[in-house]
Design a protein. Structure first.
Length: 183
């Protein structure tokens, strides 16, 4: 019930990331974005095996592929419900992305591994939930920009399937482009 119960200092956040990045032993993870490189965009979706998921995920992926184009962007798509994904895989996937788009849920806690100055776009439901504010605070503590798109077809936390509408997909693309213009 407390929305102001936790705080992480910037020094502690940096130390945490250094320790987490050392868990990824197959390559060195950097703490900054390379100049002049394409912006790495990750769509981390739950997949059909998850209880709550985007039913028209292929529509959303197609929409992103047509709007988030090279050479400005590099779009990666990953099912966050993959049981074979290790913790190191999740750290690597999140640390390498500059923009992450994900449904509201446990995967959002991975934003603490994102590099400072990156962007997290949450696809959240059209209802009230105290967790929304907690994830916004988590992003702030770790230096991550945080935006959300409210999905009108997700009207209850217990909803199992929902669709992304054309205006919602366009809003995601608009947020990505605004971030690119400021980056």
């Amino acid at each position: 019930s407390c929305n102001d119960c936790f705080f992480v200092s910037p020094i502690s956040a940096a130390q945490f990331k250094v320790a987490a990045y050392k868990l990824v032993t197959d390559r060195q993870l950097i703490h900054h974005f390379p100049e002049g490189k394409a912006i790495q965009v990750l769509l981390a979706y739950r997949g059909m095996i998850a209880k709550r998921h985007i039913e028209n995920i292929l529509f959303f992926i197609d929409n992103l592929k047509s709007a988030v184009l090279t050479p400005n962007f590099n779009l990666k798509i990953n099912c966050s419900s993959d049981y074979y994904m290790t913790h190191q895989d999740q750290i690597r996937m999140v640390a390498e992305a500059q923009i992450i788009i994900a449904e509201h849920g446990a995967f959002q806690s991975n934003m603490m591994y994102m590099r400072k100055g990156s962007l997290f776009i949450e696809l959240r439901g059209n209802y009230s939930n105290g967790e929304f504010a907690n994830f916004e605070r988590l992003a702030s503590m770790f230096g991550v920009f945080y935006e959300h798109v409210t999905t009108c077809n997700l009207d209850c936390h217990k909803t199992t399937k929902f669709n992304i509408t054309v205006p919602e997909a366009e809003q995601v693309v608009s947020i990505i482009n605004a971030y690119r213009d400021k980056a």
